[in-house]
Write a protein that binds this ligand. Structure first.
Ligand SMILES: O=P(O)(O)O[C@H]1O[C@H](CO)[C@@H](O)[C@H]1O
Ligand SMILES: O=c1cc[nH]c(=O)[nH]1
Length: 234
């Protein structure tokens, strides 16, 4: 047990999928894993371990925002030995060619700040995805025929952003979408020698204003879960 995870030693798999929403963790575990068992519910942050195609997998909520994800990623890697961590999250799209329900594979993540900035100080470290996971996820998405985009995203500290100028600059620089956790996941994983990737489904469009309702954000993002699982074990 750790401060925030009640699982016993051995109950967390080496491969962990991390949705922000603990109910998405429950839905994904019940939908995609065999023999899924609840291994954590401290603070309502649900985590399940089961198998997918014979491989042990944990699906565990990360909460919203980089400080929350940082807690879970640190404990999963350092205390439970997680080696492959794949965020399965929702994101807002920026360019018009990226559509609602498309999948974004985050090759790099820009930030204004993150918990890891306190360690990196003046260094503008460039958080990037594990290349093997990224290339396998891309191949899995192409094989399924899922519309997929690979490139830079922005990991924000604010959902209710009041900086339209920032969105303009991100768009100008080819940024595909906005979410709130991937950069810190990449930095924590890099620090501890683990592999990380963020597979994101576009839940809303920052430029056009289109948006999916909450129940669909919780339960309808199956393609990204399967892409993440296929990438993890390819
Ligand atoms: O759907 P999840 O994985 O939580 O991801 C996105 O949704 C939340 C904001 O609504 C933030 O956590 C953001 O990163
Ligand atoms: O962080 C997020 C997630 C989904 N949509 C957004 O606009 N921002």
């Amino acid at each position: 047990m750790t401060f925030h995870i009640g699982a016993r030693p051995g109950e967390i798999a080496e491969t962990v999928l991390l949705p922000g929403d603990p109910y998405r963790a429950r839905w994904a575990a019940q939908t995609f894993l065999k023999d899924a068992v609840l291994v954590n519910e401290v603070r309502g942050m649900l985590g399940y371990t089961g198998t997918w195609n014979g491989h042990r997998v944990t699906i565990h909520g990360s909460g919203m925002g980089m400080p929350s994800l940082s807690i879970y990623a640190n404990e999963l890697i350092r205390d439970y030995g997680a080696k492959t961590l794949i965020r399965i999250g929702s994101a807002g799209a920026l360019p018009e060619h990226v559509k609602v329900r498309d999948v974004i594979l985050a090759q790099t993540c820009s930030t204004v700040g993150s918990p890891s900035r306190t360690i990196l100080k003046e260094l503008n470290f460039a958080p990037c995805a594990d290349f093997h996971l990224l290339s396998k996820a891309y191949a899995a998405a192409m094989a399924r025929g899922t519309p997929v985009h690979v490139g830079g995203i922005y990991s924000s500290d604010t959902f209710y952003d009041e900086r339209p100028d920032l969105s303009e600059q991100l768009l100008r620089h080819g940024c595909l979408g906005v979410e709130m956790e991937a950069a810190e996941l990449y930095m924590v994983a890099a620090r501890h020698g683990a592999r990380a990737l963020a597979v994101l489904t576009v839940s809303d469009h920052i430029t056009t204003g289109e948006a999916l309702p909450a129940d669909q954000r919780e339960r309808s993002f199956g393609a990204m879960v399967e892409i993440a699982l296929e990438a993890a074990f390819a």
